[in-house]
Design a protein around this ligand. Structure first.
Ligand SMILES: [Zn+2]
Length: 390
């Protein structure tokens, strides 16, 4: 049987249809890029990829069960809006039901209480000032303070981008922070505190090394801080952590002046809230009430520091999406850093001085120990003043 000859118009259609289809698909706009590269780095083989921060594990939302009926709707909203966020992007993830008195947090529903109850810690129970014995003989007796000397220092300082070399002077932030911790620790022990070090050598806490990552920052920042968080949350379990840092800028020419500020966890951006783990950790902090201890303590430390050093406060721009001034104090700012987010107890993150400034370099060249002493005395005095109040 002869195959019927294809008619001419139909032949044209056969010829042009594939071309038209290819042109249509090529002309389509490309799908939007993922909000964060970590989308493609999720560690779980979940069917729908979970949006997580770098090297993060997916959270177990049932761990928030411990906070059921411990917080009022008013306190929840106040902390959320005054400390942890600066815009309305949280509304995409947190739905408040006024009638049912609940907050829907994705798969998890939180029930509000009529009034605030004493909440547990998110991972471990840390003591507030009011929980210390009123009969203690020393102001810090019964208190466990973990000192976290920022960065790694020593031979790692250049890799970390925390090293300044000015003629005869080499300034390595991670070395300076450890020296400060070593000066501060005996001062706190004299006042009755138990003091532990999150890092006590010029070497990393993480077992990973820079060769384990394509991006060095994932080693010295992300993996290192996650290892410190593990040590704090799972083994040290202190009542508070003091993160010791020295501020510095990227300028190759020495700055003319210095400043001072303290960072408390807060001001999550829309992109950070989109990360499931970051949103979860924000809620852990919010519900455990760390901020209630952090603000009055940070105020005392800032006042003591200002008395000892008289550095002007650092000012972030009003338009900054990542920071906001809090606690009615010029030196106190809320920013979401990996350390002050992951360490699940009150965290005071110190940022004094400018290491690459003329006044700092001059003092460092003359007698570095005087700087460590000034820094340590201010922190010890602030802690003592806070914990001496009843
Ligand atoms: Zn630092």
């Amino acid at each position: 049987m002869r195959i019927k000859k294809v008619t001419t118009p139909f032949r044209w259609l056969l010829l042009f249809l594939p071309i038209a289809l290819i042109t249509f698909f090529l002309a389509r706009p490309a799908p939007p890029p993922p909000e964060d590269p970590s989308l493609t780095r999720s560690t779980t083989p979940a069917k729908t990829p979970r949006n997580l921060a770098d090297l993060a594990l997916p959270p177990d939302w049932s761990e928030l069960e411990r906070f059921q009926r411990t917080i009022s709707r008013e306190t929840f909203l106040h902390r959320l809006q005054a400390i942890y966020t600066k815009d309305d992007s949280w509304k995409k993830w947190i739905i408040i039901d006024e009638e049912k008195k609940t907050a829907s947090l994705g798969d998890f529903t939180l029930f509000f209480s009529d009034s605030d109850q004493n909440p547990p810690g998110a991972i471990f129970d840390w003591q507030t000032r009011s929980e210390l014995s009123p009969h203690r003989s020393l102001p810090l007796a019964g208190l466990h303070i973990a000192l976290d000397p920022g960065h790694i220092g020593g031979d790692f300082a250049a890799l970390e981008d925390r090293e300044y070399v000015w003629e005869d002077v080499i300034i390595r932030e991670g070395t300076l922070t450890l020296r400060t911790a070593e000066v501060l620790a005996p001062m706190l022990r004299e006042r009755g505190a138990k003091v532990t070090f999150v890092r006590s050598e010029l070497s990393p806490v993480t077992e990973k090394r820079v060769s384990d990552f394509a991006n060095p920052r994932l080693f010295y920042r992300t993996s290192e801080i996650r290892a410190r968080a593990e040590r704090i949350n799972q083994s040290l379990r202190p009542d508070l952590v003091i993160c010791l840092h020295f501020n510095g800028t990227a300028s190759q020419i020495p700055e003319s002046s210095q400043n001072f500020h303290i960072l408390l966890n807060g001001t999550y951006t829309a992109g950070e809230l989109a990360h499931e783990d970051e949103r979860f950790q924000m809620l852990q902090r919010l519900l455990a009430g760390t901020i209630e201890e952090e603000i009055p303590l940070a105020r005392e430390i800032a006042d003591a520091f200002n008395k000892h050093s008289s550095l002007p406060p650092y000012l972030y721009s009003e338009e900054s999406r990542t920071s906001q001034n809090i606690g009615d104090h010029p030196n106190l700012w809320a920013r979401n850093l990996l350390a002050n987010r992951l360490y699940q107890c009150p965290v005071i993150f110190m940022e004094p001085y400018i290491m690459n400034s003329h006044p700092f370099i001059a003092r460092f060249r003359e007698k570095p120990e005087k700087i460590f002493l000034e820094y340590a005395r201010a922190v010890a005095e602030g802690l003592t003043r806070y914990y001496s109040r009843s």
